[in-house]
Design a protein around this ligand. Structure first.
Ligand SMILES: Cc1ncc(COP(=O)(O)O)c(C=O)c1O
Length: 208
């Protein structure tokens, strides 16, 4: 199939490929998490009630009001002192994957640069490419996946539009230190770049 140049270099998802290989070779699959517990009864009951109640009209594009209100309340509960306006500062997406793709498409222009720590979670490079932007990789150095301050500083310039942060980090598990986060904040402010935080593991750190 002829695809657009933008997506021509995309490969199959590493996670899906590993799952396919694990099945083919009867191997233990450590690539993909599978819930080994059922969905909560309350959620199943609510979904069935919604179907029976003919809740079948167009949803508000940025998320149902009650849902957004509940998320805003949870943000404040989880991060005391941080308030989010559910009308203007909160959009519900279909997972973090859609959130990151939509954010990149909305904020990046062709030629903009995005700083991405390497190794990176597999969606960040495609998100950047889809937006026509250029990834600038900064290595996390083994054994503790530390940042070389000079390398990070050198990655920023007047074309830098964003930096992607994910802590605890997939795939290394690295938790960024306060000093590293301060450095990222300083550089983002200096170069007027967005910090795109793909935080899906923050609760592990917080409650771990
Ligand atoms: C860092 C990171 N972001 C996003 C995702 C995907 O999240 P979602 O299922 O909410 O799209 C994953 C899943 O492995 C992930 O590790």
């Amino acid at each position: 199939m002829r695809t657009s140049t933008r997506v021509g270099s995309f490969t199959e998802s590493v996670i899906r490929e590993m799952t396919r290989l694990a099945l083919a070779h009867d191997a233990v699959n450590l690539a993909q998490g599978f819930p080994d517990f059922p969905c909560s009864q309350e959620l199943k009951d609510a979904a069935k009630a919604a179907i029976d109640g003919d809740v079948n009209q167009y949803a508000i594009t940025w998320g149902a009001k009650r849902f957004r209100d509940a998320i805003a309340a949870k943000v404040t509960r989880t991060y005391p002192g941080w308030t989010v306006d559910p009308e203007t500062e909160l959009t519900v997406t279909c997972g973090s994957t859609e959130a990151m793709a939509a954010t990149c498409l909305a904020l990046l222009d062709p030629g903009d640069e995005v700083v991405i720590f390497e190794p990176w979670y597999e969606n960040y490079w495609p998100d950047t490419m889809l937006s026509g932007a250029v990834p600038r990789f900064v290595t996390l150095h083994e054994p503790d996946w530390s940042i070389d301050e000079a390398e990070l500083r050198a990655a920023f310039n007047h074309r830098t539009r964003a930096i992607v942060v994910n802590t605890p980090h997939n795939p290394t598990g690295k938790v960024f230190t306060r000093a590293e986060l301060d450095l990222i904040a300083e550089l983002a402010q200096r170069w007027d770049a967005y910090v795109l935080t793909d935080e899906i593991y923050d609760h592990i750190h917080q409650y771990g």
